[in-house]
Write a protein of this length. Structure first.
Length: 195
C-alpha cells in the first residue's frame, strides 16, 4: 500500500481515534460529508440511505445494520450512505443519549403498561446473564417502541439536509465543469493554468 504507516496503530490507539479524532470533530464532519456527497447514486438514494442509517441508530445495539439494510431496500436507499449515516449519527459518544431518549419516549408511549419505578433493581444481573425474556418488558420493549418516532423525525430531518446538500453540490460541480469546458474551448482546447 502506498501510504501505509511504518508502525501501524495498536488496538487502543484505533479505539481512541474512533472515540476522539486526531485532528478535530469539524474535520471528521467534513470528511463524512464529502464521503456522502461523492457517492455515485441519485440524491434520493443517498439521502434515503443516510435517513435509514440515522433511523437505525436509535435502535438497541445489534439491530442497527439489519434495520438500516431492510429500510434501504424498502425506500430504495444507498446501503453505503446508510452505513455512513449510522456510523456518524450513532457512535459511542451518542449512544447513551439516543438510547436514553428512545427509552424515555417508549415509557411515555407505554405509560400504562410499564412499572412506575423504572428499570428493575436487578438490571445488572439480567444484562450479565443476557436473559432476553427478562430484558424484553422493562428495557427492550420501550426502547424499540420509542426508537420509531424519534428515528422517523431525525431521519426525515437528515433526509432533507442530505437531499438539499447533494443537489447543491452536484449543481455547483456541473457549473464548474461547464465553465472549465467553456474556457478550454475559448483557448483552442488548451487548459488555462489556474492563477
Amino acid at each position: 500500500m502506498l501510504f501505509r504507516r511504518r508502525k501501524p496503530d495498536g488496538i487502543l490507539e484505533r479505539v481512541r481515534t474512533y472515540l476522539w479524532p486526531r485532528r478535530s470533530f469539524s474535520r471528521s464532519l467534513q470528511y463524512f460529508s464529502k464521503r456522502i456527497l461523492r457517492l455515485k447514486a441519485t440524491p434520493h438514494a443517498v439521502a434515503a440511505g443516510v435517513a435509514a442509517g440515522v433511523f437505525a441508530s436509535f435502535f438497541p445495539l445489534g439491530f442497527h445494520f439489519a434495520v438500516a439494510a431492510v429500510l434501504c431496500w424498502v425506500i430504495a436507499g444507498n446501503l453505503v450512505a446508510a452505513a455512513l449515516g449510522a456510523v456518524f449519527f450513532g457512535n459511542p459518544l451518542t449512544f447513551p443519549l439516543l438510547w436514553g431518549a428512545s427509552w424515555e419516549v417508549g415509557k411515555l408511549i407505554l405509560h400504562e403498561r410499564l412499572p412506575k419505578n423504572g428499570p428493575p433493581a436487578h438490571l445488572g444481573e439480567m444484562m450479565h446473564t443476557l436473559s432476553f425474556a427478562k430484558l424484553w418488558h422493562p428495557i427492550l420493549e420501550p426502547m424499540l417502541i420509542g426508537a420509531v418516532p424519534l428515528g422517523l423525525v431525525f431521519g426525515l430531518i437528515f433526509y432533507g439536509i442530505t437531499r438539499w446538500g447533494m443537489t447543491a453540490f452536484r449543481e455547483q460541480r456541473r457549473k464548474r465543469m461547464a465553465e472549465r469546458a467553456h474556457k478550454a474551448g475559448r483557448h483552442g482546447g488548451r487548459e488555462v493554468p489556474a492563477e
